[in-house]
Every structure is written in structure tokens, then in C-alpha cells.
Design a protein around this ligand. Structure first.
Ligand code: ADP
Ligand code: MG
Length: 588
């Protein structure tokens, strides 16, 4: 699904150039300086023929021309230096514009709401950060500077033409107007084709991500060829659209050239007639024709700038689109709870929730209360809505109605970072991030000292693993490092969460990933933690469940029953059945 098809975008869309100017504004003086240096080089270049003429005129006389030659060489060298400086400044500025866009976009994407992230392709978002922002480079230099310098020259030349002969200027402008109309049809097509080309790059990123994210499954399924075709199809679509854009760009450039040649012929004809009637003299006609020639270069420059801008505008539109996805407000990092902070009390009151308007309800009025301290287990068939309870507590999603309170205060009113800094969350299939094992733990609290890290390592029984790893805590894990087993990953996730000294620990147990020894150890740990923290566990194992102070039985988005194991076995048939089958099977 593309971003365009996803979230409603209520804000009105400011034009792409306004967004571009936003990125360019911090660098406007550098851009101005670069453009000016370019103009100076160009103007100095124009002087050279005059110097040459003076030298040639002197050849006949026997005055020494050494100094003049040296002077001219110095001018050429200085000019080259100014030119180089000008291009460097422009290019540097353009790179800064790209950097600004990348920073803005990546910051924004990190704040993306989970509900928005759920419905977008990471590969496509990556393409927007990497590929689309790159296109701003040419837009900044070629389009903005080209438009400014070309435009200035154009205006100056037109003024000069008007001074020479207004009638001929009228003729020239008429031809340009016709060409302008044709360009008005061509140029938007470049935009459309560029947009589709960039969308295809996004689609290629998305299909690559899909394959690389599941390479084992793809290989095991023998699906390499079919997946290859998907990636190639996206790459070819980008090629097709880029070629289309190139076709229209070429047409635009040559339309401009053709217009100027037609203007030359028309001026020759009309001017000739005017010379014949004596309205103007031959010198005026010649001067005007020279100006028509002069006009050629700035017009090409302006048309080039406009066509180049279309590619950039398409990229800007894609960047803008990503930055309209719903995101969380930027917040300062909130401090973590201090050791011995109070455990939190939690309550759900008639919570109704669905993941999207077109999806069925997942919670149909969920109500339960968990006192501060102690352990509460959530059990129920798969799909009952247990993981969703945790997602709502973390405010990854907002309930449609009903309230969730932490210490009696509606979580909707909490500042997000403050809310989350009170919670330790262990995902059902907790990932490790690429980096060292230490980095992975410190994600929970970057300030934690070694003693605290060693402490959680011991509590979660990770010490054996750390000893086995070649570089201990500094061993790389994740994509380019040592792969951890499911059970190890889960213990790392628990250690990471505990390092935050949470007031509320949410543990979404993965189905049977721990071996019996580690399971028993972890059970002791959780029991320990539950003495000073409120612990909520989505439990799949009878051993975990029987340990809980209370058990919340969920089914099909509702709380069926709350009680202890003993009470529930007697009172709730679903629980009795789960206890008899699923738990035993999972722990066996
Ligand atoms: P449990 O953890 O009890 O197995 P979940 O809370 O994960 O159940 O899921 C409850 C229901 O919500 C399931 O039907 C699941 O398909 C659906 N669901 C879960 N996550 C999402 C999501 N991000 N988008 C849409 N539907 C989801
Ligand atoms: Mg679940």
C-alpha cells in the first residue's frame, strides 16, 4: 500500500516550492554568493574577447605586449579560481539543502505513529529519505540559481531590445508567447513522469525490503525467481518513467531553441520590411538580431531550470507526503523512574478499540483494574486482544472510547515520553537491534552504569550467554553480528526493560521460547520484580499463570473473568479448557 492511499491527509498541501524554500532559507546567503561568483565568472569571460581584440589591434605596432599577455593570463587564472569557488559554494550549499531535508524527514519518520507505520512500506519510506532528497541537489543549484541568473539576464536583454526597437520586441515576444504555451503543456508531463519514476523507486525499495526481510523463507520456498521479477519490474517501471521524463525534457529544451530560431527569422522578415519602409536603419536591425542571439542562452537556462524543477517538485511532493503521515509530537526525553519509585496502578474502563475504521473491533468494552504491585496474567485464545491491551497502555494507538488510567489519571492526558518512561515493555517477538549487546541493553537506559547492567544480566540469567560470547557485552548482535536464539532475545528484551526500573512492566510472553531451566529462573525474577513493580504478563505457560496474583481471562475482545487459578478452573469453562490443554502443551 502506498502512502498516498493510506492515512487521510486533512491539511491542505502547500506548493512544493514553498517546502523547497523552507530547506533553502538557512543557506540563502551561501546560495546567493555562489550564484554571484558564477555571474562574475561569466561576465569576466565576456570581457576576454574585448581584451583579445585590443591585443590584436596592437600587433601591427611594435609596442611591447608582454605585459598585456601576462595581464590576460592573470585574468584567466583568477577567473578560473573564482569559477571553481563559485561551483564549490553552490554544490556545498546544495548538499546542505539535501542534509537539511534528510534530517527533517528522518526525525519526522522516527516520530511516526505506530498506526501510520503499520500501513506504510518501510522500503518506500527509506527511498524517500535516500533517493528523493538527493534530487533536491540539482533543484537547488540548477533550478534556483539557473532561474535567478537566467531570469536576470533575460530581463536585461529584453530591456535592451525594447530600447532598440519596440515593434521588433513585440514580434519577438509574440513568438516566445507561442512557445511558452507549448511549454506549458510539456512541462507538467515531466513532473508526472518524474513522480511515477520516483514512486517506482519507492516500490523497488519496498519489494527489496520484503525479500531481504524474509530471505530464509524466500529461499526455503524457492521463490527467488518470482521475487526477483517483482524487484526488476519496479526498477524497469522507474526506467520507463525516467525515459518518459527525458523525452519531455528534450522536447522542452528544443522547443525553446526552435522558438528562438523562429524569432530570428521573423525578426529578419519584419525588420527587413521596416528597413525597406525606412522605419528603422540597417544598424538597428543588426543590433536587434544580435540581441535575439543573446536571448538564446538565458532562455535555454530558464527552460532548463523549469524542467529540472519538475523532477525536484515530484521528489518534494513525495517528501511532503511522508511528512503528512500522523506523527507523535516531538518531546524532550523524560527522566526514568528512580530506584524504588512507586509501582503504578492501572485500570481499563469500557475500552472500545479497532485498528482502523474499516476493520472490526478488537476490544468491545474491556474493563479491568490492576492494583499497584503484584503480578497479573492475561490469558485467552490467540487473537483475543491481549497484545492490544499492552499497545493501548503504551499509547501506540488510542482507544475509540473508554478510558485507560495509570494511578487514576487518564493516560490520554500524560505526556507521551513521560508515560513511556514509566513503563518497561517486552514485545511478544522482541527484536535485537544491530549493535553490541551492551547497546541493546542501554537502549532501555543510556545512563545506566556497569553495576546496573551486570545486575540485570544476572537477574535475567544472561551471564552464561555473556561469558560464551567472544567479546562479552561488546559482541555485535543483530544483523551483522552473532544471531541470538528466540529465548536469548527474549531475555535481552526483559533485561532492557528492567534496566529502566519501570513502575509498570509489560511482558508479552512469546509462546514457548525458553527452556525449562531458564524458564524457572525467569519466573523467580518476575516474581521478584513483582514485589516492587506492577507486572502484567501475557502468559502462555501454566507455570507463569499459576504464579500470578490474579488472572484476567480474555476472549474475542472482552474480559470473561478475573480470579486466581483455583477460582477460575472451577468457575470459567474456557479457562479450565485452556489450563488443561494449551498451557500444558506449551509447557510440556
Ligand atoms: P492476542 O495477543 O490476544 O493474540 P492481539 O491483540 O495481538 O491478540 O490481536 C487481536 C486482533 O487484532 C487480531 O485479530 C489481530 O489480527 C488484530 N490485530 C493485531 N494487530 C493489528 C494491527 N496492527 N492492525 C490490524 N489488526 C491487528
Ligand atoms: Mg499476542
Amino acid at each position: 500500500m502506498t502512502i498516498a492511499e493510506t492515512e487521510a491527509q486533512p491539511q491542505s498541501t502547500p506548493p512544493a516550492w514553498r517546502l523547497l524554500l523552507g530547506y533553502v532559507r538557512p543557506h540563502r546567503w551561501a546560495l546567493f554568493a555562489g550564484g554571484l561568483l558564477g555571474l562574475v565568472t561569466g561576465a569576466t569571460g565576456l570581457l576576454l574577447p574585448l581584451v583579445a581584440r585590443a591585443l590584436i589591434d596592437d600587433l601591427g605596432h611594435d609596442r611591447p605586449i608582454t605585459w598585456a599577455l601576462l595581464g590576460m593570463s592573470a585574468l584567466v587564472v583568477a577567473n578560473a579560481a573564482v569559477g571553481a569557488l563559485g561551483s564549490y559554494v553552490l554544490r556545498r550549499t546544495a548538499e546542505s539543502v539535501v542534509l537539511g531535508a534528510r534530517r527533517a524527514l528522518s526525525s519526522y519518520l522516527l516520530r511516526l505513529r505506530i498506526s501510520a507505520a503499520d500501513r506504510t512500506e518501510p522500503g518506500d519510506l527509506m527511498a524517500r529519505i535516500t533517493s528523493d532528497t538527493t534530487l533536491l541537489r540539482e533543484v537547488t543549484t540548477d533550478s534556483l540559481v539557473g532561474l535567478a541568473t537566467g531570469g536576470l539576464t533575460l530581463v536585461a536583454t529584453v530591456v535592451m531590445m525594447g530600447l532598440v526597437d519596440v515593434v521588433l520586441l513585440g514580434v519577438t515576444l509574440a513568438v516566445i508567447l507561442v512557445a511558452g504555451t507549448v511549454l506549458g503543456v510539456i512541462v507538467p508531463r515531466i513532473n508526472r513522469a518524474s513522480r511515477q519514476a520516483q514512486d517506482a523507486v519507492g516500490a523497488m525499495g519496498a519489494s527489496l525490503e520484503r525479500v531481504l526481510g524474509a530471505l530464509r523463507t524466500v529461499k526455503a520456498s524457492g521463490a527467488e525467481h518470482r521475487e526477483e521479477e517483482r524487484v526488476h519490474a519496479a526498477a524497469e517501471e522507474s526506467w520507463r518513467q525516467s525515459v518518459r521524463a527525458a523525452k519531455w525534457s528534450a522536447a522542452a529544451g528544443n522547443t525553446a531553441g526552435l522558438a528562438m530560431q523562429l524569432a530570428f527569422i521573423t525578426v529578419l522578415a519584419v525588420g527587413g520590411a521596416r528597413v525597406a519602409t525606412g522605419a528603422i536603419d540597417v544598424g538597428t536591425l543588426v543590433a536587434f538580431l544580435l540581441y535575439v542571439f543573446y536571448l538564446m542562452s538565458p532562455i535555454q537556462q530558464v527552460v532548463g531550470a523549469l524542467t529540472q524543477y519538475q523532477t525536484g517538485a515530484a521528489a518534494l511532493a513525495r517528501i511532503q507526503e511522508a511528512m503528512r503521515l500522523p506523527a507523535e509530537p516531538a518531546a524532550l526525553p523524560a527522566p526514568l523512574p528512580s530506584p524504588g519509585a512507586r509501582p503504578a496502578a492501572l485500570a481499563f474502563e469500557n475500552v472500545r478499540f479497532r485498528y482502523a475504521d474499516d476493520l472490526p473491533y478488537v476490544h468491545h468494552g474491556v474493563t479491568f483494574a490492576v492494583p499497584a504491585q503484584g503480578m497479573t496474567a492475561f490469558v485467552g485464545p490467540s487473537g483475543a486482544g491481549k497484545t492490544t491491551v499492552f499497545s493501548l497502555i503504551e499509547r501506540f494507538y488510542e482507544p475509540e472510547s473508554g478510558t485507560i488510567t495509570l494511578d487514576g489519571r487518564d493516560v490520554a492526558g500524560w505526556e507521551l515520553s513521560r508515560l513511556r518512561s514509566s513503563i518497561g515493555y517486552v514485545e511478544q517477538d522482541a527484536p535485537v537491534l544491530s549493535g553490541s549487546l551492551r547497546d541493546n541493553l542501554l537502549l532501555g537506559d543510556p545512563e545506566a552504569d556497569d553495576a546496573a547492567v551486570l545486575d540485570v544480566i544476572k537477574t535475567t540469567r544472561l551471564d552464561g550467554l555473556v561469558e560464551r560470547l567472544p567479546q562479552g557485552l561488546d559482541t555485535l548482535v543483530g544483523h551483522r553480528g552473532t544471531k541470538l536464539s528466540g529465548g536469548e532475545r527474549q531475555r535481552v528484551a526483559i533485561a532492557r526493560a528492567l534496566l529502566r526500573r519501570p513502575r509498570l512492566l509489560l511482558l508479552d510472553e512469546a509462546t514457548s521460547q525458553l527452556d525449562a531451566v531458564n524458564e524457572a529462573a525467569l519466573r523467580d525474577t518476575v516474581a521478584d520484580v513483582a514485589r516492587s513493580t506492577t507486572v502484567l504478563v501475557v502468559a502462555h505457560r501454566l507455570s507463569t499463570v499459576t504464579m500470578a496474583d490474579r488472572i484476567v481471562v480474555m476472549d474475542a475482545g472482552r474480559v470473561r473473568a478475573v480470579g486466581t487459578h483455583r477460582e477460575l478452573v472451577a468457575a470459567d469453562p474456557l479457562y479450565a479448557e485452556l489450563a488443561a490443554t494449551q498451557f500444558l502443551a506449551a509447557s510440556g
